[in-house]
Design a protein around this ligand. Structure first.
Ligand code: MF3
Ligand code: CO
Length: 256
């Protein structure tokens, strides 16, 4: 069942979403050459606590890993797709691309967002990967409208990414969000005809999160049981927003 939120609930999700936005803005400023991913984690945990919120990922059980995640952030560098773990020895270098994915729980409701950013000057190929992935999210956001169907959203990401010669990562998907971090429906970044294709209705909230590989789509999880990397070593980008379906069109909760 896809939970539909009341306007009062959406206002709460808006507050979680804006906290995640402010957090990512701060982390984007910090993420320069020489900064370690653990420094970002420490700053994030402080900001979340100061706001009276809880990190959404820390303590979250993931079946595939067989344990709970230990951090507020996923910091995935270059060929790391998602679930890269903050590490004081992982220092950002010029030319890296860093994905920061984070979520909070505030007043009972979750917010979840991710961004991939260049560290200093990056290659033209990396710039294009970031641009196309972000564009695919923007195009998908515009499909999060009452009366459209889920596959409109999924297919829009897929079509845009493929048309630029990049690959959609299939092992990880977006999701509904609300009082749970992950709610129905699953939101793959491709049309999965094995799934249902529900019509979108006001009050539904989707976390849409394209994960794109510059090369082949396959991923493998490292021995740490978390870090998912592209099998062929190519760069990967990840952007995510939470979007509410309203009578007046898409409402991106995780940005102003
Ligand atoms: N990247 C996932 C998402 O955006 C959440 C992280 S799972 C966790 O939905 F284990 F890191 F918490
Ligand atoms: Co998410």
């Amino acid at each position: 069942m896809i939970v539909r939120k009341t306007p009062a609930e959406l206002d709460k999700m808006r507050r979680s979403g804006m906290l995640v936005y402010q957090l990512l803005e701060k982390l984007k400023e910090m993420a320069v050459e020489g900064c370690s991913t653990m420094e970002l984690e420490v700053a994030a945990e402080k900001m979340i606590a100061d706001a009276g919120a809880k990190p959404a990922f820390k303590g979250y059980y993931v079946q595939a890993a067989g344990e709970t995640y230990k951090f507020a952030l996923c910091t995935s560098v270059n060929n790391e797709v998602i679930h890269g773990m903050p590490n004081s020895k992982r220092t950002l270098k010029k030319g890296d691309i860093l994905s920061i994915d984070t979520g909070v729980k505030l007043d009972g409701y979750y917010g979840d967002s991710a961004v991939t950013l260049p560290v200093g000057e990056v290659s033209e190929a990396a710039k294009k990967l970031l641009k196309v992935t972000q564009e695919s999210l923007e195009l998908a956001i515009d499909r999060v409208r009452s009366g459209n169907r889920l596959f409109d959203v999924c297919g829009t990401v897929e079509q845009h990414v493929k048309s630029h010669g990049f690959s959609i990562v299939r092992e990880f998907v977006g999701h509904g969000i609300g009082t749970q971090l992950h709610e129905e429906p699953q939101v793959p970044n491709y049309v999965d005809r094995r799934n249902e294709n529900p019509r979108l209705k006001p009050g539904m909230v989707l976390a849409v999160e394209p994960m794109v590989s510059a090369g082949r789509p396959e991923t493998v999880v490292l021995k740490d049981r978390w870090t998912a990397v592209t099998k062929d070593g190519s760069n990967s980008a990840h952007f995510e927003h939470c979007i509410a379906v309203t009578e007046n069109g898409p409402w991106v909760l995780t940005r102003p």
